[in-house]
Design a protein around this ligand. Sequence first.
Ligand code: SF4
Length: 254
Amino acid sequence: MSPSIPSPFTRRISERRKELEALQAYPEEKLASVIEEVGFSCMLCGKCCTRDFNGHVLLLDDDVARMLSRDPECLEPPPVYDLCDQHGTFYVSGYTIRTGQDMEGTCKFLEHGRCRVYADRPWVCRVYPYMLHREPDERGEVDWRQISGLDQHGEYHSQIPPETARDIARDVKAFETAVLCQEIAFLEYIGEYFARHSLRHVRKRFDDRMREHLAGADITVKVFFQGSLETWLVGGHYSERRPGTNGQGSSGNR
Ligand code: SF4
């Protein structure tokens, strides 16, 4: 019999399930009308392809094989970890795309202001800048956000045909659903894994190890991918998948 999932995980799982229910109940037509009203059009500034502006590119498991087929060295663990156990090992859900060495942290697929994997780009890049999740505003009130980086890039009030807006809304909802499902699968897996290995998330250990890491220490990061964990060693300027772990991770300089 598998050990029961500890309560911090069950709490988070139930919160994510509630988010999923709220997302399912959000009317697609409402999102489509926001998309039409905002009328975003991309000006190819390339800002959205940098960590400076947008954080890391969140890859769904479905994106990974496509990205690897374009560049076998393109993956790394996202730089923001979810958990750290009492031994100082970090855990994170899913992969991201490596960045170049520039200050902005530009995605390695952006070349001369253009995405060189445009036809195969990840889901998040396809639906961007549209989104559909709830966040607290500056007053702490939680509400839906539908557009990322509003008024900080691109142009607005372009004509978007209603059928195009509906297609985008459908894709955004499908993407956000897949993100939440991936997160729930991670929490279920990791909750059971922590129980089985007598591990616990220790906030102080997390903070101490991150401080050491920022000062140059290597850390071990376990990435949840396709239902299991892949182990990576992450240093200041490199990250590499440890041999013997599952999947097809890569290694290389950041
Ligand atoms: S994959 Fe392409 S669209 Fe997505 S962040 Fe990288 S360069 Fe930009």
